[in-house]
Design a protein around this ligand. Structure first.
Ligand SMILES: NC(=O)c1ccc[n+]([C@@H]2O[C@H](COP(=O)([O-])OP(=O)(O)OC[C@H]3O[C@@H](n4cnc5c(N)ncnc54)[C@H](OP(=O)(O)O)[C@@H]3O)[C@@H](O)[C@H]2O)c1
Length: 265
């Protein structure tokens, strides 16, 4: 694998799952990682797990607290004693309660983390990256945002919003030399999917997912910042490409197929 073109990366949602595996993967490639999430204990354990030869700095943070997010960037750049080079937003939550799908009170907490948390971070980081005319941002969305799915109203809608945000940012960031990518994983074994009570096709380990993300981010960041170049990282393709095809179906066919495929949910 080519070397990573960033000296530092801020990974948000690094206490478990994909973010945790990405923190270890970037640190193993000599990148200084600032790891954020709400659980201080898990971040300290991650830092220890990386060992003496890797650099993972824990920075406890709740992304729903906009003031704390604004204050985090200068804090972490002071810790790094250098400007931040890249951001990977992995934080997310979801609501699997089938009885509370179309209720503002059950959708709001999911949007607070997945969408507004992400916007808080972008609002803190993006002006700095633009001012410096460099920096790379990757947002972890999901294939669940491609189209409406059963039992995924709040999560799917939040991920559709994230993908939309990333797409829209391509246009404004290209002129400021800031890279933007979106990540659309299929099923990855993490505490998030451990809650699922259905069969998950092509389930991947968090470590394999992290390698795909690492490779995809290196590829985009080393290939020059043409608008939207290598914009999407998606895996496993034999699953996610089928879901892309479903996006093209007329509603009638789409609803028929998905109803059939998910009738045991
Ligand atoms: N696993 C999959 O199959 C899959 C598929 C498609 C997309 N994704 C996406 O991949 C990303 C990572 O998911 P995952 O499966 O690794 O889930 P996970 O293990 O549940 O990780 C979620 C992370 O978000 C952090 N987090 C949650 N609320 C937060 C808050 N308010 N402030 C700061 N951090 C917060 C959690 O840490 P704390 O609880 O310590 O705060 C944790 O580190 C998510 O965006 C998810 O939507 C996952």
């Amino acid at each position: 694998m080519p070397s990573v073109p960033f000296r530092s990366i801020w990974i948000i949602g690094a206490s478990t799952g994909i973010g945790h595996a990405c923190a270890l993967a970037f640190a193993a490639h000599g990148v200084r990682v600032v790891a954020s999430a709400r659980s201080q204990d898990a971040l300290d354990a991650l830092s220890k797990e990386a060992g003496d030869h890797a650099d993972i700095l824990p920075l406890c943070l709740d992304v729903t607290d906009q003031t704390a997010v604004q204050e985090a960037l200068p804090k972490l750049e002071a810790q790094l004693a250098a400007p931040l080079d890249a951001l990977l937003y992995c934080a997310a939550t979801w609501n699997n309660d089938p009885s509370s799908q179309a209720k503002a009170d059950s959708v709001r907490p999911v949007f607070e983390v997945n969408v507004f948390g992400c916007l808080h971070v972008l609002e803190a980081v993006l002006p700095k990256f633009k001012e410096r005319r460099c920096g790379h941002i990757a947002l972890v969305s999901s294939v669940a945002g491609f189209r409406g799915l059963p039992r995924a109203l709040s999560y799917g809608a939040s991920k559709a919003a994230m993908t939309h945000i990333a797409e829209a940012l391509v246009f404004e960031c290209a002129k400021d030399c800031v890279g933007i990518q979106v990540i659309h994983p299929g099923f990855v074994k993490t505490p998030l999917t451990d809650k699922n009570d259905f069969n998950m096709p092509f389930l991947m380990s968090a470590e394999t997912a992290a390698q795909r993300i690492l490779k995809g981010m290196i590829r985009a960041a080393t290939s020059g910042q043409g608008a939207g170049k290598h914009f999407e990282i998606t895996f496993p393709r034999r699953f996610t490409y089928w879901l892309k095809l479903l996006r093209l179906l007329p509603y009638r066919c789409y609803f028929w197929l998905v109803t059939k495929a998910t009738r045991n949910l």
